[in-house]
Design a binder for this molecule. Structure first.
Ligand code: AP5
Ligand code: MG
Length: 213
């Protein structure tokens, strides 16, 4: 049977968000992106949003306690009962331990592998819709009209952490704090490595295949 309790692992710009959007339609389970939830909290000006701001802008990870509380609350919603796509969580050993401690049994970890020299231009050219959050790329997935979202006609913008100054720090945080989780889950036999380079639809097909084996 196809797995529906998933973690998408992969460096910044690996395509976690892009592929999650496709997966949620096919699998019928929600995407839970901690990055999106934190950006939402910032926009809403909540206490959590204010606490997360300086870490995110510097390309550093937000403290575990804040993120774990956020995910626990989200996973408790009824729409996550049949499965979930964890996009950008867990990102540290402590976050992975929190899933275990709360009895959250992940079935598959999809490790999207993309080399840094491909990640950097993906991040630098990304544009996001201010209204609906759809993601585009100036070269690889351009909007029909520059600066205008294809989905809802909202304005697109560039994430502050997609700047040349912050990208190297995000890549470092991934290598140092998140990449070790591949080994952690590989010991359980649930990691499937997927080549995250090339055509977005081809990558999606590879992920589906990885969920079936
Ligand atoms: P987050 O928002 O999760 O950022 P990230 O992990 O750095 O990942 P991205 O969203 O940048 O990349 P993605 O893999 O989703 O790529 P996408 O599909 O958009 O986190 C941001 C910050 O929040 C963190 O730095 C941290 O501060 C905080 N945070 C979040 N979670 C946390 C946690 N658990 N613990 C602590 N702190 C946390 O694709 C990128 C671009 O490439 C797009 O433009 C897309 O169109 C394009 N693209 C995608 N696929 C392809 C392809 N195959 N070919 C060409 N272009 C492609
Ligand atoms: Mg993302």
């Amino acid at each position: 049977m196809r797995a529906t309790r998933l973690i998408l692992l992969g460096g910044p710009g690996a395509g976690k968000g892009t592929q999650s959007k496709r997966l949620l339609e096919t699998l019928g389970v929600p995407q839970i992106s901690t990055g999106d939830l934190l950006r939402e909290a910032r926009r809403a000006g909540t206490e959590l949003g204010n606490q997360a701001k300086s870490f995110m802008d510097a390309g550093a990870l937000v403290p575990d306690s804040l993120v774990v509380a956020l995910v626990k609350e989200r996973l408790a919603q009824p729409d996550a009962a049949g499965g979930y796509i964890l996009d950008g969580f867990p990102r540290t050993a402590a976050q992975a331990a929190a899933l275990d401690d709360n009895g959250i049994a992940v079935e598959r970890v999809v490790n999207l592998v993309v080399p840094d020299e491909v990640l950097v231009p993906r991040l630098a050219g990304r544009r996001i819709c201010r209204e609906c959050g759809s993601s585009f790329h100036v070269d690889f997935h351009p909007t029909r009209v520059e600066g205008v979202c294809d989905v809802c006609q909202g304005q697109t913008y560039q994430r502050a952490d997609d700047s040349a100054e912050v990208i190297p720090q995000r890549l470092r945080a991934y290598v140092e704090q998140t990449a070790p989780l591949v080994e952690f889950y590989a010991a359980r036999g649930i990691v499937r490595t997927v080549d995250g380079q090339g055509d977005m639809e081809a990558i999606f097909a590879r992920i589906l295949e990885a969920l079936d084996r």
